[in-house]
Design a protein around this ligand. Sequence first.
Ligand code: ATP
Length: 367
Amino acid sequence: MSIVIENMTKSFGGTSVLRGIDLTVDSGELVALLGPSGSGKTTLLKIIAGLEWPNAGGLVVNGSDWLGLAAQDRRIGFVFQHYALFPHMSVRDNIAFGLTVRPRVERPGKAVIAARVDELLQFLQIAHLADRFPGQLSGGQRQRVALGRALAIEPTVLLLDEPFGALDAAVRRDLRAWLRRVHEETGSTTIFVTHDQEEAFELADRVVVMGDGRIEQIGDADQIHDHPATPFVARFMGATIELPVQMHSGRAEASGLDTSRLPRRALPDGPATLFLRPTEIVPVADPGGRWQVVRCASNGAVLRIELSDDAATVHVDLPRRAPEAQGLAVGTRANLRPEAGAIFSDRRAPVPVQSRQQEFPRKEKSL
Ligand SMILES: Nc1ncnc2c1ncn2[C@@H]1O[C@H](COP(=O)(O)OP(=O)(O)OP(=O)(O)O)[C@@H](O)[C@H]1O
């Protein structure tokens, strides 16, 4: 089932929550919506599910207009962060629920439902839990059951809203790999909401980065990490250092900065901002350097170095055994050599989302 969302807007009481979303999800694709809290991810998911309605825009699934369709007619499989299993029903009955409440004419016979549930219990590797009640399950087991219940109705589209959000890191990692396998075998079109970067990049075919009701970028991990489309994405991906530079013939220049390792950029001459992660900068000791080391702490593997000039402070993370780390004591003067980084002209108008999407072809991905 392909999903086409066109110029969708939504506001609550005058506050814009979705500001013109354009997104196409191909049949069988697993797409992650990634973004900070309040960026509109859940609202978009709820509109697809028919639990909210947009103010304007289109939602077309496999060629049909879904905005005219009630939630119950969309056959959506929905899994939330907080497993809404029925506590008084066994795992088997929870999974069967969506089939048993269908209108009589559409409801499969008891034997067919039992066979379908057995098949899912095996497939999801929870057959040994079939007769337990939700209160007797771990969080991870409950989420597997919740997914079983969502899959039982053979959903047209599977929507997952932070399904592993309440679980600890190790269980999340296991469930991620498991979900990817389940997705590949069912081939269902799936949209997954998370604010966990690692989860989004590991699971999804494509990641949609959302910020303040807009799509900031669509791509895979490498594209979004190495080529953030906007300052928002650069910051979201950990570029906590912002240094003013001047562009000259595609090169970034500033005093105390050796930018010789940065490739030329197609940016206009004039003021710009260089976005850097702490791991992307090497301080190079120089008695006439612009920066001075004011603090230096080791965690064994990495030196966290704080450098200051009159106006700014920069935190750099350098492998402790790197040659440049030797002799960087407090008081040492240095210049900074960025090894990578994103640059945005202070003059350039933002690139429209459509052309940002075209920049990055899709990439095949599996775990
Ligand atoms: N029913 C509602 N009434 C009023 N405001 C709402 C409603 N639902 C969501 N909002 C607001 O819309 C904005 C976007 O919320 P949404 O839940 O879509 O964000 P999100 O990206 O999923 O965030 P999170 O990661 O915290 O779940 C928030 O500011 C939220 O307070």
